[in-house]
Design a protein around this ligand. Structure first.
Ligand SMILES: [Zn+2]
Length: 284
């Protein structure tokens, strides 16, 4: 990616190196220990933890900017994250404005090891996630090492896709989609609930693609970047992860979609650059 001229976001909260106790309650919601889930990229605690939703996600979350600022340019990884976040802010502000809405910029929290979010206590093992209650994205940069070594999806665009996917969840939250799906899930069987979750995740992938389209238009991409992103999407499909972790594939238990689906929706977003092309809830 070419990010030298990209404006950095200052909505970064750096909690790296901070110790987190499990006994600390966050946001009036009881502390919930998120079990170590071997499913990376967007194990969204809001969708796992019902208790986090009793307050209802959506519009009332305060915009906490305490301590949020752009990291130093010498801090290479943090600077990269700030640039990508800045680019997503421009993309979504533009798209929202076009639709007569205002895009509320989320805060991205960098942490190491474990973190306390309004959705509960999370360990880095859950992977990057978005908490709709406090409207923050959480990422332990060590995940990028996993993405490269364990999931064999190297490259800066692959790393950017991880952020863009979580931003996709923020967009869903602002539009009230996550809340609607969560409500539907409460009425649904486990199998149907999983299918709803897959549709929500694939839409977040498609929204990540919409950002990718914008990034390409703004000349932020280099040759091979799109392929990197698609390779990353393929490497974290539920079928691939299940085969790696348990040696077999159980499609009914998918919560994020197969590799093929993830690639398809990311590509769709990248090619069209329109939110309308991301209706994963229509049809089938
Ligand atoms: Zn996700």
């Amino acid at each position: 990616m070419r990010l030298e001229d990209q404006e950095r976001s200052s909505n970064i909260e750096d909690r790296r190196g901070m110790r987190v106790g499990r006994g600390v309650a966050g946001g009036g919601i009881g502390v919930v220990v998120i079990a170590l889930i071997a499913m990376f990229l967007g194990v969204d605690p809001s969708l796992v933890l019902d208790s986090a939703l009793t307050t209802g996600p959506g519009q009332q979350a305060p915009q906490q900017q305490v301590g949020a600022r752009a990291p130093s340019r010498d801090d290479k990884m943090a600077d990269f994250v700030a640039a990508v976040l800045g680019s997503t802010e421009e993309t979504w502000s533009e798209i929202f404005t076009r639709g007569g809405r205002t895009y509320r910029k989320p805060v991205l929290v960098l942490f190491s090891g474990a973190v306390q979010s309004a959705c509960g206590y999370a360990q880095a093992a859950v992977g990057p996630f978005y908490c709709p209650t406090d409207q923050k994205l959480y990422i332990d940069l060590a995940f990028y090492r996993d993405l490269q070594d364990r999931f064999r999806a190297p490259g800066d665009f692959a790393q950017a896709y991880v952020i863009a996917h979580e931003i996709g969840h923020h967009v869903q939250n602002l539009l009230g989609l996550s809340e609607r799906v969560q409500r539907a899930r409460q009425q649904a069987s486990e199998r149907e609930g999983n299918q709803l979750s897959v549709r929500l995740e694939l839409q977040a992938d498609c929204y990540a693609g919409v950002w990718g389209h914008y990034a390409a238009q703004h000349d932020l991409l280099e040759p091979g970047d799109a392929e990197e992103g698609l390779r990353a999407a393929a490497s974290i499909g539920d079928d691939r992860l299940q085969r790696q972790s348990q040696g077999r594939v159980v499609p009914e238990s998918f919560t994020h979609g197969s590799s093929e689906q993830r690639v398809e929706w990311l590509r769709r977003g990248m090619e069209n650059g329109q939110m309308d092309s991301c209706n994963t809830f229509g049809g089938r």
